[in-house]
Ligand binder design. Structure first.
Ligand code: GLP
Length: 241
């Protein structure tokens, strides 16, 4: 595990964007595993700026996103499909056919999860997976459990995650209770993993996940076992490590 300590959110975003950018420069047809949430937004903005300057070209990449809410259409403003288009794909010049995300409207959850795992396999696996960190240690939507779930699966979101996500919805009732998420094995098979965490509210979970025991009760802790894992924290999130 490599740890990069940065000054603040902007610095963290630029450092992580540099790693993604190097990945795409060295392998223009990279398969990028992407994440939603507030943490990666600064990275996407930085990458868009470099794309506009002509320093980076995403025309050959494929992207696979970690997760999607069950029941939300790709046009719902809180769907992760919409988030990705508005925060990254449109301005980065990444065409819809290059992007992949579980379908929140799939008729059969089981088939959708199987389709998504097959797709990742068909693309040749993930070259670089970008992750944020949930307050309870979740990655993607792999919530604390008794055992690690391996493949893409449907998950019941925990109360803490529903509460954390409430800020994006008009009322608590509108927050989806279920999501599809890549599993721990999908994530761990990525050839390189970068996790970004910022802010004092992440300090305790950063310490637990990366300096505590490896346990499915803190899903991100498994990343300690990955051979090419980089943790990029700002000063506040890294204050206890
Ligand atoms: C959601 C996403 C995760 C993300 C987490 C943290 O639950 N499914 O992929 O890492 O939120 O979000 P934030 O970066 O806003 O703290």
């Amino acid at each position: 595990m490599k740890i990069i300590k940065t000054r603040d959110y902007d610095h963290m975003s630029r450092q992580a964007a540099n790693i993604l950018s190097a990945q795409v420069i060295l392998k223009p047809d990279s398969v990028l595993g992407l994440a939603t949430g507030s943490s990666p937004i600064g990275i996407y903005q930085q990458l868009i700026r470099w794309k506009e300057k002509g320093d980076i070209d995403f025309s050959q990449v494929q992207t696979v996103n970690l997760d999607e809410y069950v029941g939300l259409s790709p046009d719902h403003p809180q769907s992760y499909a919409y988030f990705m288009r508005k925060n990254f794909f449109e301005e980065a010049g990444i065409r819809p056919e290059q992007t992949h995300i579980p379908s929140g409207l799939a008729k059969s959850g089981e088939e959708e999860c199987h389709r998504y795992d097959e797709l990742i396999h068909r693309l040749g696996g993930i070259d670089l997976q970008l992750l944020g960190l949930g307050l309870n240690g979740h990655i993607g939507f792999n919530e604390p459990e008794e055992a690690f779930e391996k493949g893409t699966h449907k998950v019941a979101l925990t109360d803490s995650t529903i509460q954390a996500n409430q800020r994006f919805f008009k009322s608590m009732d509108e927050v989806p209770r279920f999501a599809y998420t890549m599993g721990i094995c999908d994530i761990m098979q990525a050839r390189r993993i970068v996790l970004v965490a910022s802010g004092s509210n992440k300090a305790e979970i950063v310490r637990k996940a990366f300096f505590g025991p490896v346990t499915p009760k803190v899903p991100a802790s498994i990343l300690q076992l990955h051979t090419d894992f980089t943790l990029v924290v700002d000063e506040e999130a890294g204050s206890l490590i």
